[in-house]
Design a protein around this ligand. Structure first.
Ligand SMILES: [Fe+2]
Length: 234
């Protein structure tokens, strides 16, 4: 067990809507640079689905256990995988990964999309010119909830960011509410009109709520915020 990265500082389970919670935590980018990241937990018939996994401390794991058994681990993206091997080892969930995903030490498990662990959910596979595998997941909970990793992020505060990260992040474009970050567009080779094409699936159906891999959940009116974010950069 000691081979896995330790739990970093994180917040409590945040209710998003009926059956959906988020936890805000940290990721260590480098010395002194701790950026915030966010995990999503969805209740389904056979237990919990964890997306954008973050290792929690003992009290956090107890709170999670009170919600149910971790039955599924969804690897939405090549990124955010640092704690996924810990979840596989600790909870033995059914793993779901995209075809061609960089697995980072987890088994491929079942193929994510068009199938997935959430009944009525829609896996939105984002095919980017420069590669790098990532999907978003629309689920019917709470009038529709969209779960993203990095393609869409929500930057409104510096909660759980270190002093240095709070100063660097805005300079790199990580600011301005719900955004399609400049860094993500650059890394994935997506810009201008291509942003609208690659992310078209995100706006294909309504959703009230949004939980991204970074920042607090957006509760209510989230689909309009995502449409605006896409429109601003395409
Ligand atoms: Fe990220």
């Amino acid at each position: 067990m000691s081979a896995f990265p330790v739990a970093l500082r994180h917040g409590p389970l945040l209710p998003v809507c009926d059956g959906v919670h988020a936890v805000r935590g940290q990721f260590r980018m480098g010395p002194g640079v701790l950026i915030p990241r966010t995990m999503t937990i969805v209740a389904v018939a056979d237990g919990l689905v964890v997306l954008n996994a973050i290792r929690l401390d003992a009290a956090g794991e107890a709170a999670l256990a009170a919600l149910g058994r971790i039955a599924h681990l969804v690897k939405l993206a090549d990124a955010h995988g640092i704690d996924e091997p810990y979840y596989v080892d600790r909870f033995s969930p059914q793993v779901w990964t995209l075809p061609g995903a960089r697995l980072g030490g987890v088994p491929a498990g079942r193929t994510l999309g068009p199938d997935g662990p959430v009944a009525g959910g829609v896996v939105i596979d984002l095919t980017c010119p420069k590669g790098g595998r990532e999907a978003s997941y629309w689920i019917p909970h709470g009038g529709g909830t969209l779960v993203t990793c990095d393609a869409v992020q929500h930057h409104v505060d510096g909660e759980l960011a270190s002093w240095l990260a709070r100063r660097i992040s805005p300079l790199l474009g990580f600011s301005g509410g719900v955004i399609v970050p400049r860094m993500w567009r650059k890394v994935h080779g997506v810009d201008g009109a291509a942003v609208r094409e690659v992310l078209a699936g995100l706006t294909a159906r309504p959703f009230a709520n949004l939980v991204t891999g970074h920042g607090p959940p957006v509760i209510g009116g989230a689909d309009a915020a995502v449409r605006d974010a896409i429109a601003r950069v395409s």
